[in-house]
Design a protein around this ligand. Structure first.
Ligand SMILES: [Zn+2]
Length: 283
């Protein structure tokens, strides 16, 4: 029997207890919210690290595990099980290279996520799928993952089957592992750092506006729509609210511009254009 460290969220605590029976000397670590720099100092002396939950639990497990085995059991669509890096949030966003964990899908976990979390994780996955689809780094393989992910998210919008959403999130995670995210994520980091808005919620607020700006050929069709404007309405209807009170547009623009990824999409952006887009978020 192997010793284990199990990283879980409040929601996955019961499930963590359940699987702990398969291991010896189990240590539990409950995470609340996105990983901060403190995670970098956590020492692990267990044989295996298991992350159960959303992107925060899985990213934390990935960082702590270092060279040890890491298993990821996702309960959201963050796609963190598919990428060889994790995100740490502080005054700035830090990307920590990690090993890609071993994915384990467990369809028996009850995933009774609050509506707010569901909405955020759906829009994080959608941003991964859309940004990787229009990315300059896209390959036919990554585009295949993006398309499949969008297809499944559409299915999820109809049947609300969360297992389908998680599978979509994993596919979108594979797409960004190849093609990378770009401007939606860059701007979302600025909103998370400055306003403490969760990662998925920040993506949800921004996505319709960047979809409108990019007006990317072939994207509306993936949603069975004809026009970009229809897609913008479709997205806005499914993510509420999109406004931020007292939004400091100049500051958010400056931070967003600092991420090299802002021009990874199909249409060039500059400070002026970014300011016009971000103005739409002002509440
Ligand atoms: Zn994301």
């Amino acid at each position: 029997m192997q010793s284990a460290l199990i990283v879980h969220s409040r929601h996955t605590k019961c499930y963590a207890k359940l699987i702990s029976k398969k291991y010896r000397d189990v240590r539990f670590l409950e995470v609340s919210g996105q990983p901060t720099e403190k995670v970098l100092d956590i020492k692990n002396n267990k044989d295996i690290v298991i992350g159960i939950g959303g992107g925060s639990a899985i990213d934390t497990a990935k960082i702590i595990s270092k060279n040890k085995r890491c298993i990821a059991i996702p309960t959201t669509a963050a796609g963190a099980s598919m990428t060889p890096y994790a995100t740490v949030w502080g005054k700035e966003k830090i990307t920590v290279p990690t090993k890609r964990p071993i994915l384990k899908m467990d369809y028996d976990i009850t995933k009774d996520l609050p509506l707010r979390v569901l909405q955020s994780t759906t829009f994080d996955a959608l941003s991964h799928a859309i940004e990787s689809f229009w990315s300059k780094n896209a390959t036919s393989q990554s585009k295949g993952y993006s398309k499949k992910a969008i297809h499944l998210i559409n299915k999820y919008f109809k049947n609300k089957d969360i297992d389908i959403l998680i599978t979509a999130g994993n596919l979108a995670g594979q797409a960004i592992a190849i093609a990378k995210t770009n401007v939606v994520h860059a701007a979302s980091y600025a909103l998370t750092i400055k306003y403490g808005i969760s990662h998925g919620a920040a993506c949800g607020m921004l996505l319709p506006h960047f979809v409108q700006y990019m007006d990317f050929k072939g994207l509306p069709e993936l949603f069975n729509l004809n026009l970009t404007e229809e897609l913008v309405v479709f997205l806005k209807k499914r993510f509420i609210p999109q406004k931020i009170k007292n939004l400091d547009i100049k500051l958010i623009t400056r931070i967003t511009m600092g991420y090299k990824k802002i021009n990874g999409g199909p249409k060039k952006l500059n400070r002026k254009k970014l300011e016009i887009i971000l103005k739409k978020l002002k509440g």
